[in-house]
Every structure is written in structure tokens, then in C-alpha cells.
Unconditional design. Sequence first.
Length: 303
Amino acid sequence: MPNTTTKASGKWHIGVIGGSGLYEPGALEDAQEIRVASAFGAPSGPITTGHIGGVRFSFIARHGAGHALAPSEVNYRANIDALKRCGVTDVVAISAIGSLAEEMAPGDFVVVDQLIDRTLGRARSFFGDGIVAHVPLADPVCPRLSQFAGEAAGKAGAKVHAGGTYVAIEGPQFSTRAESHMYRQWGGQVIGMTAMPEARLAREAELPYALVGMVTDYDCWRESDADVDVAEILTVMRANADKARALIAALAEALPATRSASPIDTVLDTAIVSARENLAGLGAARLDAVAGRLLQGLPNRDT
């Protein structure tokens, strides 16, 4: 049964999606690794949960142990569903990104505030099978959580850009030079392969979402540069690892003692357009975490 009590209690529980090295052994108090079964298939791996500075954090490695999953192979629905089942109240995503803007240099951190979705063929919604929901996504990230995350990145010693439009591509290949120029013309400032449908699904699960991108390269739009090189990307990522871990610790210190309600906490109240009886049907069984708040008190689905 999913944990649905944390938001009501006013306590923060931050889910962190990123690499497996985002916390140092020993830095996470009362740490335990748990495997969470999801109604949407297998998550990328186990969740490691514990406390940092009195705040509960739960970590999941987006690409699995040893980076075994390509961006299009990640089960984004299962990952978000598993975090929701753990009682997470908010989600901070940390990922490597390429830069489409001169001022966003390798090594910088960007707190993304807008997204352009160019992914193909990924499961984009928890809903369907008789239950239709249209969540608002004009502003796909949570401004409150993004501000906390950006300030934490600054305290961690990173050069931080507050705001940036992220172009999500399918991958696993990098862009052609023509595509890179096109994304710049669209207003894209950074580029990556994982923010969508992750941000969409977090919104459907009523989880405020913030995305901190670590710039690893200039993509391929600069004619004087060579192609994007994975070895160079990994070098920059390793250099930023300590700052990413320090960001998490600084975030724990920055969060207010009490979590006040967010409008995203109840976004499904006006998003679900299907008849109420559909929510009591067997087709809704796997939404017990994502839409558990609305399912409580409905007739028993087995009757």
C-alpha cells in the first residue's frame, strides 16, 4: 500500500533521480536499500532511502546499476510510481546536459524552467484504459523547489543559471549539427535525453518537480568544435560529482522546517475528466499510488 501520509504531515520527503553516486556512503543516516514493486513494470533499480540533516531523501539511479539502461529504455512511469509509493513529496532530477547557449559553459549548472519534448515512442501518461486526465503543463517544473535547488547548487560552489529551456531528444545518438542549430532557433538553451516524459509523469503523480542540469559540452552547434565526445562528457561529470553531492546536502539545510502545500499536490482534482465510477473500476487498480488521494473512500474495487 503506498505511503500517502507525508504531505498531510507537512514533512518533506525528497525523491532524487540521477546517478548512483549522488550521496556519499555514511552521509545518508539510517540508510536502507529497498526494492519497490510498481504497477507499471520494473523501475530502474532499488531505492536507497534515509535522512540528511533531518530530511528524508530517497534516491533512484535513472539508468540503473552500471548505467545499463539507455534513455529510451528507462521505465519512467515505474520510477515515478515507485517514488510515489515511498511517500515522496517532491522530486529533484539531476542529469547531464549539453549546452545550446554560449553563456552556459561546460561545468555550469542550469536550473531548467521550460521543456520542449522531441522524444518518440515513450509511455507519456499513467492514465488511459477508461480513465482520462489532462494535467496542466504550461510551467512543467515547480518554481519553489527549483529555487531551493538552485540556491543549494550555488552553495555547493557551482556556477548556476536560473532558468533555461531544455530540449528533450530521443537519443541515444547525439544531435546532427543541423538539428542543433534548429533547436537554438527554437529557443532551446540546453539539450538532453531524459527530462521527458519524466517531468510529465511527475505532474500526473502530483509531485512537484525540479530539474538541475550539469552542462558537459556545447553540443555540436559551434562549427569550430569537434563532435560531442563521450569521454569528455564523462570527465566533466566526474568533476561535477562532488558539487552534485554537496547540492543535496545544501538542499537539506535550505528546506523550511515545514512543507507548506503546493498547487501541484492537488492537480488531479480538475484534471480527471472521466466519470467518477470509472475510478472505482478494476481499470484503476494500478493508479493506487499516482491517484491514491482520489481513490481513498471510493467503493471497494473488488465488489
